[in-house]
Design a protein around this ligand. Structure first.
Ligand code: NAG
Ligand code: NAG
Ligand code: NAG
Ligand code: NAG
Ligand code: NAG
Ligand code: NAG
Ligand code: NAG
Ligand code: NAG
Ligand code: NAG
Ligand code: NAG
Ligand code: NAG
Length: 839
């Protein structure tokens, strides 16, 4: 009997709109030309397990659905082994153990979760070292077919590390810390949601990139997750994800025995505390026999931990390790421990030193099932950091690297930033332990990716951001993979095989991290965002003069953190000797980390270009912001080249065009804010005369105003001329008028700079000689996922553009704003730009 019932998920394939829900697992139909190769495909799928919760069973379903989508015909599906021996036209998928009787092969080299994929004409064999491995092999085969690759292959593939987890920062009330894709798919109102369809769909995406574990709640954990109802809810999540081989774990709140259990203490060595955790853990395993384990953020940013009772961090980690050990679980213990009340007046104080200072002496004192989870850099997911030196200090401890897919400091999914090239700078960094090759990835036992997907059908709130999730899983499996090739595979699977689409996305995405670094923080200065508020827009002053230790030490003559051993914080000396020596001297420090390690005058010359530091900062901001403008024109050209109708659907095209257009405007906000800030601080002019000069702008505060009043903006450099206008208190409507006397008649792009804050949806209209030019609403909070600000600042500053407007000298340009709630229709400037000028 061939089983061919369709699961719900499967049914939806090809039927739903292109809203992003299927991610890279769309299985879009191949062209007729490519489908011709399908004649040599197998006629039946044999999946060697008929238990519906088995990953092998899911592999069979996935193969059937995927091939149906891609090739248009439905293969039979059976679980009867004899069918595979009767036919030479079969896809056999199962575990090595289940197939051993019949299939002879040399697969001794597979490690846990690994698979063997052999395609030989119409005979396809997919065997996993375990059930998960079989599913991974099926996804690998489908990925090849969906990309039009029908070649015979013989692949043996094993993961680089056994731990390949995602971390969600979901709160029980349904909000997500640093989440930009809507509310939680797991929690709401203090409990696990009833409908876990999205959890299963997420597990499917995760399995397709080799992810085998998920921590479902925020590292800033709420102890009530451990009440009986919520533990039952966790069991339902685990049930939903188990068929995809994704094991569920949770983040713990260290103080739970006290806050939830009512004990007088949460001291890690106290017997009552130990038995409380032992008992809770047993209750969890009773509900979830394959529970993955715990993630712990202790003594970090105000969280409780073992240090509260003068116990070591290892005591704290081992408390949980002992509890899960008999059940086969593990403990991921975060190394993100630091003092957030550092004294900025202390030249030698350095948050970057903290991880090594706290953990170095604990090497060897963690139990076997503890993995120390280390953020890739010493600070916090910045646009550029050197690798954490802690990777070099724990030879007797298992470590995992923590990467952030959620773009907390990288544009919060409202900016396109393909992060894999950044991750590669860390993974491929050679720490030279004992003066021998020691690439960071070769030292790892695991990968943890902070993902923060939400109920938005695009998962992360942006179609393009999904490339980061895809690349994360692929690199965790094999960190030697090339970030551009991963992007291209993702593009084919997500959009189409059209070479124009491929080239367009490659050129934009590969330039996106360098561009973002250019228009945010350069030379190792970190992302110069507002670290005290939403981590989104520019606010370079917020880095310094507070206890958080993300300092730049910029003053009127010099800039950068002195992390040398000779005169600074000593951080450079935390690396093994060869690397330490390289970072100790500015002459051997790479330019892109210069200001991470050295405090230098603005006039210090870079080795690469010979430019001064300040001129590089100016140039990089102008170049990066220009690159972001080019994204829009490059992307727009896709639609114009769609003659064959094969390239990309209008739905996702338009969505991405909207985001790229927004990004181009916000990149200019960044450019002007950062370049303006350092210009104002250093008083060193830009050699090219750009910074602080906006000859085509008319400041809103200088227009004829009715109902509008000027307001100072803070940070000052986030508004043109530091000043905006808002509709006055008590008024609803404002009008700002400028006579275009200084403009020669011709064709121009007209730009209006304004602010879009949370708390209202103001209406705007722009007119030339009372003829309507553009109407818009300040409703970006409904259309973009980043954290919105209630203030006029670098987060809310944005702009609209009308291209190709006929203007005559003396025309009257008028902007009308209608306030709504807290949004007082704020305006910054208008610009009448000769074609080709960006400002
Ligand atoms: C089939 O799958 C179930 C559930 O995953 C598993 O317990 C069982 O061992 C599997 N059987 C074989 C033959 O692999
Ligand atoms: C395979 O062949 C054997 C022996 O001829 C037969 O008993 C079995 O039913 C066949 N299986 C299938 C699925 O056709
Ligand atoms: C089996 O594979 C291993 C590793 O790939 C290889 O070293 C060994 O020679 C192979 N054995 C046979 C019999 O092919
Ligand atoms: C396919 O099978 C033939 C005959 O057994 C063998 O010679 C060839 O190496 C196989 N190809 C692959 C890719 O396994
Ligand atoms: C923990 O969750 C409960 C239930 O949702 C909620 O009442 C409480 O405020 C939360 N505690 C914290 C510290 O967020
Ligand atoms: C921890 O140690 C410090 C210094 O030795 C001491 O002052 C403090 O009272 C101790 N705290 C606890 C909770 O034991
Ligand atoms: C050495 O450190 C002092 C602060 O202690 C600082 O003012 C000075 O600029 C540093 N010198 C160099 C050469 O970096
Ligand atoms: C970044 O800025 C540098 C310096 O101006 C420039 O050479 C480079 O092309 C820029 N790259 C991008 C992608 O904007
Ligand atoms: C490309 O053409 C196809 C077929 O006409 C159409 O469905 C699709 O929406 C077009 N894409 C864009 C971006 O307009
Ligand atoms: C800048 O704003 C002030 C008022 O805040 C105004 O007097 C001045 O004219 C403006 N400068 C420019 C260049 O628009
Ligand atoms: C320039 O610096 C002065 C002094 O710190 C400050 O008051 C002003 O707001 C700054 N202006 C800009 C545009 O950053």
């Amino acid at each position: 009997m061939f089983l061919s019932t369709w699961g719900l998920l499967v049914l939806s394939l090809g039927v739903v709109a292109e809203n992003g829900l299927n991610g890279w697992l769309r299985y879009a139909p191949l062209s007729d030309e490519l489908r011709q190769h399908a004649s040599s495909l197998p006629s039946v799928i044999v999946a060697l397990n008929e238990t519906e919760t088995s990953p092998v069973y899911m592999a069979g379903k996935e193969l059937q659905a995927g091939l149906k989508g891609v090739l248009g015909h439905t293969l039979g599906l059976t679980h009867d082994f004899s069918a595979s021996t009767n036919s030479t036209s079969v896809i056999l998928v199962g575990t090595l153990a289940a197939s051993n009787a019949a299939v002879k092969h040399n697969v001794s080299s597979l490690s846990a979760d690994g698979f063997w994929l052999n395609v030989n004409g119409s005979q396809v064999t997919i065997l996993g070292q375990n059930e998960r491995g079989a599913l991974y092999g099926a996804f690998e085969y489908l990925s090849r077919i969906a990309q039009g690759d029908f070649a015979d292959v013989d692949v043996m593939s094993s993961p680089s590390a056994p731990i390949r987890w995602v971390n969600e920062w979901d709160n029980l009330d349904g909000t997500i810390e640093r989440g930009y894709g809507g509310p939680s798919i797991f929690f709401g109102n203090g409990a696990v949601v009833q409908d876990l369809t999205r959890a299963a769909q997420y597990a499917r995406l995760l399995a397709s990139i080799g992810i085998n574990g998920i921590v479902v709640n925020n590292v800033n954990a709420n102890a009530t997750l451990l009440n009986p109802d919520n533990m039952d809810g966790l069991a339902r999540i685990a049930d939903a994800m188990r068929p995809y081989g994704v094991q569920v774990g949770i983040s713990l709140n260290f103080a739970s025995p006290q806050t939830l259990g009512g004990l007088a203490t949460f001291d890690s060595l106290e017997p009552s505390v130990i038995s409380w955790w032992t008992d809770k853990t047993a209750q969890l395993y009773r509900r979830i026999p394959d529970f993955a384990g715990y993630l712990v953020k202790a003594n970090s940013e105000g969280q409780p931990g073992p240090l509260t009772y003068n116990r070591t961090l290892a005591d704290g980690a081992n408390l949980f390790a002992r509890a899960v050990l008999p059940h086969g679980g593990i403990v991921m213990f975060r190394a993100f421990v630091y003092n957030n009340h550092l004294d900025p007046a202390d030249w030698k104080a350095d948050r970057a030193n903290a991880a090594v200072d706290f953990f170095r002496h604990l090497d060897g004192s963690f139990l076997e099932n503890v993995i120390v989870q280390i953020k890739y850099g010493p600070i916090d997911f910045q646009v550029r950091e050197p690798p954490s030196p802690l990777f070099a200090h724990l030879p007797h401890t298992k470590t995992a690297i923590e990467l952030q897919i959620s773009q907390e400091y990288l544009g919060q999914q409202s900016h396109l930033v393909y992060i894999a090239p950044l991750w590669k700078t860390i993974l491929d960094f050679d720490l030279r332990l004992d003066s021998k090759p020691s690439l960071v990835h070769s030292l790892l036992s695991g990968y943890a990716g902070v993902v923060n997907v939400g109920t938005d059908p695009r998962w992360l709130g942006s179609h393009m951001a999904m490339a980061n999730l895809y690349a994360f899983g692929q690199l965790a499996w094999d960190p030697a993979r090339d970030s551009q090739l991963l992007l291209q595979a993702w593009t084919r699977l997500t959009f189409s095989l059209d070479p124009t689409v491929l080239n367009t996305i490659t050129s934009i995405a590969m330039a996106s991290w360098p561009a973002y670094e250019n228009y945010t923080g350069n030379l190792g200065l970190q992302t110069l965002t507002d670290i005290l508020y939403t981590h989104y827009g520019p606010n370079p002053a917020s880095q310094d003069n507070n206890g958080w230790g993300q300092w730049t030490r910029a003053d009127s003559t010099s800039i950068g953190m002195d992390r040398t051993v000779s005169n600074g914080t000593g951080f450079a000396g935390q690396y093994p000797p060869e690397v330490a020596a390289q970072f100790e001297a500015s002459s051997t420090t790479p330019d892109d980390l210069l200001l991470w390690f050295h405090h230098v005058p603005y006039t210090h010359k870079l080795h690469g270009t010979g430019k001064t530091v300040i001129q590089h900062i100016y140039d990089a901001h102008y170049a990066g912001a220009q690159t972001a403008q080019d994204f829009v024109s490059t992307w727009s050209a896709l639609r114009d080249s769609n003659a064959s109708g094969t390239n990309i659907d209008a739905e996702r095209f338009d969505d991405i065009l909207f985001q790229l257009t927004y990004q181009a405007g916000h990149a200019l906000v960044w450019r002007d804010a950062i370049a303006g800030f350092y210009h104002n601080l250093s008083k060193i002019p830009d050699e090219h005369g750009r910074v602080g000069h906006h000859p085509h702008r008319i400041e809103a505060e200088t227009m004829s105003l009715t109902g509008y009043v000027p307001i100072s903006v803070s940070p000052a450099s986030t508004a043109s001329n530091s000043t905006a206008i808002i509709v006055a208190d008590g008024a609803i409507r404002g009008e700002a008028v400028a006579v275009l006397d200084g403009v020669e008649s011709g064709v121009y792009d007209i730009v209006i700079g304004y602010f879009d804050v949370a708390g209202g949806r103001a209406h705007y209209g722009a007119f030339i000689n009372d003829e309507p030019l553009l109407e818009w609403i300040g409703d970006l909070e409904d259309r973009l996922g980043h954290a919105f600000s209630t203030k006029l600042d670098g987060h809310s500053a944005t702009r609209v553009t009308v291209k190709g407007v006929e203007v005559k000298k003396g025309d009257v340009l008028k902007v009308i704003g209608i306030a709504d709630g807290g949004e007082r229709a704020p305006l910054d400037y208008v610009a009448v730009l000769p074609l080709g000028v960006v400002d």
